[in-house]
Structures are given as C-alpha cells and as structure tokens.
Design a protein around this ligand. Structure first.
Ligand SMILES: Nc1nc2c(ncn2[C@@H]2O[C@H](COP(=O)(O)OP(=O)(O)OP(=O)(O)O)[C@@H](O)[C@H]2O)c(=O)[nH]1
Ligand SMILES: [Mg+2]
Length: 435
C-alpha cells in the first residue's frame, strides 16, 4: 500500500499584482485596471494573493516603482508566499531583471501575461503561429532573463505554449524561426484573401470590440452557429465567418474576431493583422460594447485606439450596445443620451440572450444593404446562365422581360456585382430611367 500520494496537479501560481499608474489616473480606474489584471491572472490559471499600487510620475529606471516600494513588494511577496509578480505596466528587459534579482521570484508584465493566455488558448494552426511569432518577438530582447527563468523553474505561466521549445535555442535560431513564421503566415493570408474574393458580392460585416463584450454570443444568436463563448477573457482567437439571415431575403456574412484589451501588446496586434483583414474588407464594422460594464467608455476608447492602429478607424461603423438585459431601462436611456453626445455613429441596443432585441440590429443591417444597392436594367444573353444565376443569387430582381436573344432584368444590385457585370462581354447595363 502506498503511504504517500504524489500530487500530480501543476502548482498554482501565487501572484502578487503591481499597478504603477501615472499620477493623473482616476482612483476608480486604478482599481478597475488591477481588477482586470486579476481577471487576466485568473484566466491564465494563477491565483492572486496580493496587490500593491503606487502612483508614479515617471518610471524608475531600475525597478519601475521606487526603491522603497520595491522593498515593500519584497516583504509582501514573502508574507503572502507569492511565487510570481505581475506588473500592469510594460517593464523594460533591465527592469524585469533587476526586480527578479531583488525579489527572487519570477517577474512578468502585462504583455507577457496576455501572450501566455493567447498561447494556451490558440487553437487553429494560424492562431498558434501568430501567437508564437508575437512571443518570439517579445522574447528576443529578453532572452537572457528568460534563460534564468528556465533554470529556476520549468513550465508555468509565460513559459507554456508554442514559444516554449524555442526558449532553448539561441537568438540566431529564433531570428530564423521568425522569418519562417512570417513567410508561412503570409501564405495563409494569401489563401484567405482568395477565399474572400469568392465571397465578393455578399454583404459582409465584422464584429469587433473589447474582450468579453459578447461578440461570439451575438454571432451565435444571429446565425444559430455554435461558437465558443466563455466568461473569461480572450475566449476567441480565431476569426469565424457565418451566414446570417436578416429576413426579407437579405443576408449578411458576419465575422467574429479576436477581442481587444487595454495595452494589447503591439506584437500581438501586428501578428493578428491578417486575421483582422477580414474586418477591413467588410462593408461595415459592428463595434460591440458591453453596456453593463461600468467602464464601457474607457473600453470604447481602447477599441478605437486599436482600430486606429489597424487603419480601420474610418470604416463605416455601427455601435452595438450588448447585454442590455443586465441594465435598467433608465440606465439604457442614459446610455443612449451619452453616446449621442459622444459620436454620431448609429447605435443599437441589444442582448445576445434575447432574440427579440436583435430585430433593431437586423433592420439596421438591412438598411445598409439596401442603401448599397443600385437600381439598374441589365440585358443578359439568354444562353449566359451563369450570369443570370449570379444576378438571381446576389441581386434583387424587380422585373423580368424576355426578348428573343436576351433577358431584360430590372434589378437592385450591390456595387461589386454591378462592377463585374459591366466588365462582361455581351451584358449591357443601363440606368432605370432609360428603360
Ligand atoms: N447577460 C448577458 N450576458 C451576455 C450577453 N452576451 C454575452 N454575454 C456573456 O458574456 C460573456 C462573454 O461572451 P462572449 O460572447 O464569449 O464574448 P466575446 O466578446 O466573444 O469575448 P472574447 O472572445 O473573449 O473577446 C459570456 O459569459 C456570455 O454568456 C448578453 O447579452 N447578456
Ligand atoms: Mg469571442
């Protein structure tokens, strides 16, 4: 009989969180930011055992926080038996190293934590390559520090996922791998581009927004698809496109995308650029906002900043305030007034958990589709079945007249299809008035 059971569970990391905001940040937001860091830690599988904040006017080059605060942090780590310190701010490689020498536990920053979450959650081959690329680019200037981690412990937050095996290679190999990954990702991006071309003619919308706003839930509710939804951060890393029936014979292709967060590491944004291309080439962006979140305004800002980074800020947009089932009618009214004061972008108020509320969103989309349609008369040779089929599939046929060798169709037609028809031999397009 064994007298001792071996504990096979991976040890839970006991994390002490540190926030060191610049002087002017409101106290409310300091709390919110640390709470968000705690959620990220939880998502990564760590346990928060202590928190510390210090307002600073300028980061200390040695420890980011002041020396006194760093000593206080050391006491807190010892007292709480912490084995990991996570900073909400971006640490320079030198600051990370100095802190580790002082504290004698692993130190990571927010970027590293987010990269780790992405690494453990990436499913598709493309997402895994994107995360690995971002991890390697983050790792490169910090290689020496990472080596010392590795000798201290193996595994754990920040050392898992696609980047792990690379830690044992040297800079040159990492550099080579980066080039290799970029090439492979470019290849995937080209394939995706071709796929998009085949969807030309359909009305396309992309869901973007802060992580946990309910983008995947909305796509599920609208399309009946079964996508991964979770009350954790970064549930979705792969974009998924689904067909949505909007009623009245209209439909749209709706794409779910990776969520954004405050201080999203720029390597990640760069890596996920091609996935987000889907959003660029769509007809409209649906910016999903969690209406029940106290800090929705800040989240809206963060999303706008990332959109600006991706050159998407001037895209046609609809604001979709989601989770209205969690707020009162009065709060919803206040929200409506507030957003009207902030920007002229059309806004709808929905709940992914209540189909009846989705009608307004569908109507708004149908209005966009109709506005995009042009009414023209097209003459197609009778034998050109392919073109006729495309018109019936992608346009709204109002009237049809068969005249000998040709078919005369009065149609409401989307611009891309119209462009294609104009280039076709034997097909004639004329404005409605001339018919
Ligand atoms: N009460 C309520 N909860 C919602 C609603 N929409 C989404 N949720 C919940 O919010 C959480 C996040 O939903 P997701 O759909 O995964 O959010 P997401 O925007 O796709 O998140 P990421 O993929 O992490 O960026 C889940 O627990 C959902 O059940 C809603 O309208 N009302
Ligand atoms: Mg999602």
């Amino acid at each position: 009989m064994p007298t001792q059971l071996i504990d096979m569970r991976t040890p839970v990391e006991r994390a002490v969180l540190v926030g060191a905001p610049r002087g002017e940040l409101e106290a409310r937001l300091i709390d919110e930011h640390l709470a968000e860091l705690a959620r990220l830690t939880d998502t990564a599988g760590g346990e928060v055992v202590g928190k510390l904040t210090q307002r600073i006017s300028k980061p200390n080059p040695r420890f980011y926080v002041g020396k006194g605060k760093a000593d206080e942090l050391k006491s807190l780590v010892i007292e709480t038996e912490g084995n990991l310190v996570i900073f909400d701010e971006e640490l320079s490689p030198a600051q990370g190293k100095n802190l580790e020498d002082l504290l004698d536990v692993r130190v990571m920053d927010r970027s590293e934590l987010i990269l780790d979450i992405f690494a453990t959650r990436a499913r598709s081959k493309e997402a895994r390559m994107q995360v690995e690329l971002a991890q390697l680019e983050y790792l490169l200037p910090r290689l020496r520090r990472m080596w010392s981690h590795l000798s201290r412990i193996r595994g754990g937050i920040g050392l898992r996922g696609p980047g792990e095996t690379q830690l044992e290679t040297d800079r040159r190999l990492i550099g080579k791998r980066i080039v290799d990954l970029k090439g492979k990702l470019r290849h995937v991006a080209e394939k995706r581009q071709m796929q998009r071309k085949s969807r030309e003619g359909s009305f396309r919308a992309a869901l973007v927004g802060y992580t946990n706003a309910g983008k995947s839930s909305l796509l599920c509710a609208l399309s009946g698809a079964d996508l991964f939804v979770e009350d954790k951060l970064f549930a979705t890393l792969d974009s998924a496109t689904r067909r949505v029936d909007l009623g009245g014979g209209h439909e749209a292709l709706l794409t779910d995308t990776v969520g954004f967060i405050r201080k999203l590491p720029h390597h990640l944004v760069a890596s996920f650029r091609s996935t987000l291309e889907e959003a660029r080439e769509g007809d409209v962006l649906l910016h999903v906002i969690d209406a029940s979140h106290a800090e929705w305004e800040e989240q809206r800002h963060v999303v706008n900043d990332v959109l600006a980074d991706l050159d998407l800020i001037d895209s046609d947009k609809i604001l979709v305030f989601n989770k209205v089932d969690r707020i009162t009618h009065a709060e919803e009214e206040a929200l409506r007034a507030r957003i009207r004061a902030l920007e002229p972008t059309p806004a709808v108020f929905v709940s992914a958990h209540d189909d009846a509320t989705l009608v307004s969103l569908k109507e708004t989309l149908v209005a966009r589709i109709r506005a995009r349609l042009q009414e023209v008369v097209v003459r197609v040779p009778v034998e050109d079945g392919q073109t006729l089929a495309a018109i019936y599939r992608e346009a709204e046929v109002i009237e049809r007249a068969d005249e000998g060798t040709g078919v005369l169709l009065t149609v409401r037609i989307p611009a891309p299809l119209l462009g294609r028809l104009r280039r076709l031999e034997g097909v004639h397009v004329q404005p409605v008035a001339a018919s």
